[in-house]
Design a protein around this ligand. Structure first.
Ligand code: MIC
Ligand code: SF4
Length: 660
């Protein structure tokens, strides 16, 4: 039986375990990426490991999320990251150079290699034939220090793409179609491998839109095999040698997949994810005519050269609807420079676009929050309620084609109607044979001698996170909150105006579960701290797919700071579960889902012999002392997970292993 591409790359990098679905495996990591919002913690923890210089082939620290600079926090973080990178042999991509995933695709990603990133959209580089995985900052720090990355070997789903995209139908519509079939929950433990003659027609940036939004499906990674498209893209980035080193690596023709889905690209039409989940998908035809007052084109999903050139060509000589606020956020300085060279920037600005600096910006609630209840169309990947910075937002996720059509009409418009409305033919954009390369804002690693002289600047707003206390043998806890299904890390740890507190856990922890705090009532943080002071453990109870969305480990670190020791849910998403374990919060899943209905906020729960259960049992008995009944929780852990929990989290575990 032949092997899938994902299993081939895993096997090539295997240092521990066996490549078989469901088995725990440890793999060697060739490259890492961090970004500023998760990176300060990652670098602080990396420093605590005392590893000195990174042991990977290449590590890059990006500054892209928090770049507005209101108050000193952002710049303190940037200076810390810049000097910490210089000290540890890491590339540093400065604020304004672009979004980590876009820049990594352009300048660093490599077919056949492994990439671990402290951002959930790291699989974007799967578009280059890389095995690219998102993780918490602590896991990335451990990989930077040369340790393997541990994961559960995923099942592989083959997505066979046939046919050809029609005019005005985009790569975004491919992934939105998949979102409509598979939804945001239930895909943990899977990885996606794209193939088929339809796939070979897609360019690397189109593939990147698809692999990027695999994060919204909740899969471990997504990949396209390196092929002629990959070679051409890398050659245009003057990096053809990165292709020849490991390109052409593909699945065996008789590779066996755990499941296959076939999508005929010719059948697709423009799609939109409606408020407020990426899987609430409808065709644009179904929702056409809905008035919009804001359109934004950007984010790591759709901010490349071809996307923005197409937008510029449609806008050339035209004027946007005067009731629509319109912004364009180029994904990288390379894209911005090339748009300027091609005159495309002028076309967009003349039509009425506001051009923002290259970075995450509005995607993570850094500006351009929409007015209350107005419809905002964005080419992003997430539309979780409130993520835009407006509590009652109505964000739709669409392709750049749908976005540009709608910005002209002021209502959601199927772009296939544009020829009729404005008499334009579809401006198909060919990728340039050579991109304009300028790495002036990427600082390469220093020599060891020079690095030794660097003084790491740690401003007063940066605090080293505490390590967790050990778990008790008998856990006495209280349910602090009971929430429903699909709780995202944005619900747990809001970004927007609070994003700048990422390097200050005690301050940031004050807004845990802020969206559920009610005016005049004690906040989640206040209630948790009161319990902690009494020596009672905080417990979070949730439904399915708890912790979906981002990789932000603050969604574990801040609750840990507040004394949360257990998350009890119907199911927990992969990255978040790993983060909980890393910060010594015990993730327990209900053996019987219906038991959740018997638990209320405020209930007192007790777990006897917790440590013994973690050591080697798959189940644990939980007593509801308030309502006098017992129920069973599942402990689905690898041996390593068990050891980490028993040692008081990953940092303690790593230090213990180093001492041994
Ligand atoms: C996101 O898109 O939610 C983020 C912000 O990029 C996060 C990382 C973070 O919270 O810093 C992600 O996707 O992992
Ligand atoms: Fe940045 Fe948005 Fe991409 Fe996250 S999803 S990396 S916030 S652009």
């Amino acid at each position: 039986m032949g092997q899938t591409l994902i299993y081939k790359i895993l096997a090539e990098h295997l240092v521990d375990g066996k490549v078989a679905a469901g088995e725990p495996v440890g793999i060697r990591i060739d490259q890492t990426l961090t970004q500023d919002a998760t990176g300060t913690t990652a670098f602080l923890l990396f420093e605590s490991m005392g590893a000195g210089r990174v042991k990977t082939d290449l590590s890059v620290s990006y500054v892209d999320h928090n770049i507005a600079g209101f108050g000193p926090e952002n710049h303190n973080d940037h200076l810390y990251l810049q000097t910490a990178a210089a000290k540890s042999g890491v590339y540093h991509s400065r604020a304004g150079n672009g979004i980590c995933h876009q820049v990594h695709l352009e300048r660093f990603g490599k077919p056949g290699a492994t990439l671990l990133g402290s951002d959930s959209h790291t699989p974007t580089c799967g578009a280059l034939g890389m095995l690219a995985i998102g993780a918490g900052g602590l896991d990335v720090a451990a990989a930077m220090a040369g340790g393997p990355f541990y994961l559960t070997c995923p099942k592989v789903l083959g997505v066979k793409l046939t046919g050809k995209l029609k005019e005005w139908v985009a790569a975004k519509d491919v992934i939105l179609k998949l979102m409509s079939i598979l939804t945001t929950k239930g895909n943990a433990g899977w990885a996606f491998e794209y193939s088929g003659e339809g796939g070979s027609e897609l360019t690397v940036p189109q593939r990147a839109t698809i692999t990027n939004m695999g994060a919204e499906l909740g899969v471990t990674t997504s990949i396209f095999a390196g092929d002629e498209q990959t070679r051409r893209f890398l050659a245009a980035q003057k990096r053809e040698k990165d292709y020849s080193a490991c390109g052409g690596l593909a699945a065996d023709p008789d590779a066996e997949y755990d499941r296959i889905i076939e999508i005929n690209l010719s059948d697709l039409e423009p799609m939109a994810a409606c408020p407020s989940s990426p899987d609430n998908v409808k065709t644009v035809r179904e929702i056409a005519g809905v008035q919009t007052k804001q359109v934004i084109i950007g984010s790591c999903t759709n901010s490349g050269f071809a996307d923005l050139m197409m937008v510029a060509k449609v806008l050339k000589g035209r004027r946007i609807n005067n009731m629509v606020e319109f912004a364009v956020v180029p994904g990288s300085r390379e894209v911005l420079n090339m748009l300027a060279e091609a005159g495309a920037l002028t076309d967009m600005i003349s039509a009425g676009a506001r051009v923002l600096e290259c970075g995450c910006g509005p995607c993570i609630g850094q500006g351009l929050s929409p007015a209350d209840e107005v419809v905002s169309l964005r080419t992003f990947n997430r539309n979780f309620a409130g993520r835009s910075g407006t509590k009652n937002d109505r964000v739709y996720l669409v392709s750049p084609e749908t976005a540009v059509a709608s910005v002209l009409t002021g209502e959601i418009t199927d772009p296939r109607d544009l020829p009729k409305i404005i008499g334009i033919e579809y401006p198909k954009i060919k990728l340039p044979a050579e991109f304009t390369i300028n790495d002036n804002m990427i600082e390469p690693p220093l020599s060891e001698e020079k690095a030794a002289k660097v003084k790491v600047l740690r401003g007063p707003t940066i605090f080293v996170p505490q390590t967790p206390p050990p778990l008790p043998q008998q856990l006495q806890g209280k349910v602090l909150i009971k929430c429903g299904d699909k709780i995202t890390t944005d619900h747990i740890m809001p970004a927007g105006p609070y994003l700048k507190l990422r390097s200050n856990v005690p301050e940031y922890a004050k807004v845990v579960f802020n969206c559920f705090n009610e005016e005049g009532k004690p906040t989640f943080a206040r209630r948790a701290i009161e319990l902690k002071e009494k020596g009672i453990a905080g417990i979070i109870v949730a439904g399915e797919s708890y912790g979906q969305g981002s990789s932000r480990e603050h969604a574990a670190l801040c609750p840990m700071h507040l004394g949360v020791r257990v998350v009890l849910a119907k199911s927990i998403e992969r990255i978040h579960k790993a983060n909980l374990i890393n910060f010594c919060i015990v993730p327990i899943e209900f053996a019987e889902s219906a038991d959740i209905d018997r638990i209320k906020a405020g209930n007192e729960l007790q777990i006897d012999n917790l440590l013994e259960a973690i050591k080697d049992r798959d189940e644990v008995k939980i007593v509801n002392k308030t309502d006098s009944f017992e129920f069973v929780g599942k402990l689905e852990f690898s041996d390593r997970d068990r050891k980490i929990l028993l040692t008081g989290g990953l940092l303690n575990y790593t230090q213990k292993k180093a001492n041994e």
